[in-house]
Write a protein that binds this ligand. Structure first.
Ligand code: PMP
Length: 418
């Protein structure tokens, strides 16, 4: 087996050191220290297989897709469509045609807000989001509601950062047309009971969009088991390139949606006299030349994740999360933000007398990359009455030793600000 074959062959036992060798950037030194990369919720690092997939495409297969009769175009088309199939299998979609390639989660939410929202939401109607949403899953709905004279309702959370299911159910009514909720919060780590929430939404005839940007990197996702109508995610948070993302939609809903962007690639026939007819989904939503290499890179990333196993990843990260959380609970002056029972690997906190940006800067000097800020979740920061938090977010290539280094770094910061 060569190195690539080895890294996508099913892993018999979870071996974090072997995995780390597949991510060259993790061997980099920053500020004279070993890099400890804990900003995975912002974007993940890429394994060699993804880099090789891009290299192979650009050096041996590069051509535009769908339109060429020549061999390279056929090969590129095959790889692009094969990638669609991979994503479909990964989410357990009913068919590859339910997978639309877009730029990322943000573009996917916007497409649904335009394509589905503008057809189905009218004056007096309601859209529900939760208090913990990323701006990407708030603003498109806010704009839609403003435009249509509809109301945006917010499902509340408790102090631990858990969605209040009964209160959410109480918000649902015949007026509710869309529920849009995150699978896992990027700022808190909270995992939402999206399957139950979907069933509740469906009772009232509302459709459910799940923002899976922080779902797919951490757990196995089955859109048919969840029952959701739309599921969105970004490739770059799943070890794949930036600029590629996915909208999963139930076929009948996608079929009923009008195009959003128009141009080449999404038409059936264009005529000055008779106007334009559109291609079937998913092509209808992929106007122009898509990110072919990105889709191929995403398929390589999915193969990599599947080789380790999403369930194995979830178990490993959960163990790391518990380990670091227990230690941080013991650091004086620290308040953890987001202590839900069901969490993915995100630890957010604030510290007495120290601004999150100062904490982030001091940790950076130790080679530890964390994020300090509002995490594009300002309504959530307002709920906790903090301007920002420090967030360490985990991936399967992180280690216990890195968790120890983080805690030591935070203790150092505490000494400075005591
Ligand atoms: N939703 C969540 C929960 C996220 O964490 C992010 C990215 N931080 C997004 C949506 C938006 O993703 P992108 O910027 O890749 O479109």
């Amino acid at each position: 087996m060569n190195a690539i074959e080895e890294s996508v062959a099913p892993m018999a036992t979870f071996d974090v050191e072997r995995i780390r060798r597949d991510f060259p950037v993790l061997q980099e030194r920053v500020r004279g220290k070993e890099l400890i990369y804990l900003d995975n919720a912002a974007t993940t690092q890429k394994p060699l297989t993804v880099a090789y997939a891009l290299q192979h495409y650009y050096t041996s297969e590069n051509a535009n897709i769908h339109r060429g009769v020549h061999l390279l175009s056929q090969q590129a088309t095959f790889s692009y469509e094969r990638a669609r199939g991979r994503v479909g299998q990964f989410l357990n979609a009913a068919e590859p045609g339910e997978i639309v390639f877009l730029r990322g989660a943000t573009e996917a939410v916007n497409l649904v807000a335009h394509g589905y929202g503008r057809q189905h939401v009218g004056p007096g109607d309601e859209v529900i989001v939760s208090q913990m949403e990323h701006h990407s899953n708030i603003v498109p709905w806010q704009v839609l509601c403003e435009e249509k004279g509809a109301t945006l309702r917010v499902a509340p959370i408790n102090d631990a950062g858990e969605l209040l299911l009964e209160e959410y159910e109480g918000l649902l009514s015949e007026r509710t047309k869309i529920v849009a909720v995150t699978h896992a919060s990027n700022a808190l780590g909270t995992v939402n009971p999206v399957q139950e929430m979907t069933a509740m939404a469906h009772k009232f005839g509302a459709v459910m969009l799940v923002d899976g940007a922080q779902g797919v990197p951490h757990m196995s996702v089955d859109v048919r088991e969840i029952g959701c109508d739309f599921y969105v995610f970004s490739g770059h948070k799943l070890f794949a390139p930036t600029g590629i993302g996915v909208l999963y939609g139930k076929k009948d809903l996608l079929n009923a949606m009008p195009p959003w962007e128009t141009g080449g690639g999404m038409i059936q026939r264009v005529s000055f006299e008779q106007g334009t007819t559109y291609a079937d989904v998913p092509m209808r939503f992929e106007a122009g030349t898509p990110h072919i290499a990105g889709a191929i890179g995403l398929a390589a990333a999915i193969d990599y994740v599947n080789a380790i196993g999403p369930a194995v990843i979830a178990e490993y990260e959960d163990e790391l999360l518990r380990y670091v959380t227990e230690q941080l609970e013991d650091v004086e002056g620290i308040t953890l933000i987001g202590t839900a029972k069901e969490k993915v690997g995100v630890v957010s906190f604030v510290m007495d007398d120290a601004h999150p940006h100062d904490i982030g800067t001091i940790l950076d000097a130790e080679g530890i990359a964390v994020r300090a800020g509002h995490h594009c979740a300002q309504p959530l920061m307002q709920f906790y009455n903090v301007p920002a938090t420090v967030r360490a977010s985990l991936a399967f290539y992180n280690t216990r030793a890195e968790m120890d280094a983080l805690v030591t770094g935070i203790r150092k910061v505490r000494e400075v600000f005591k």
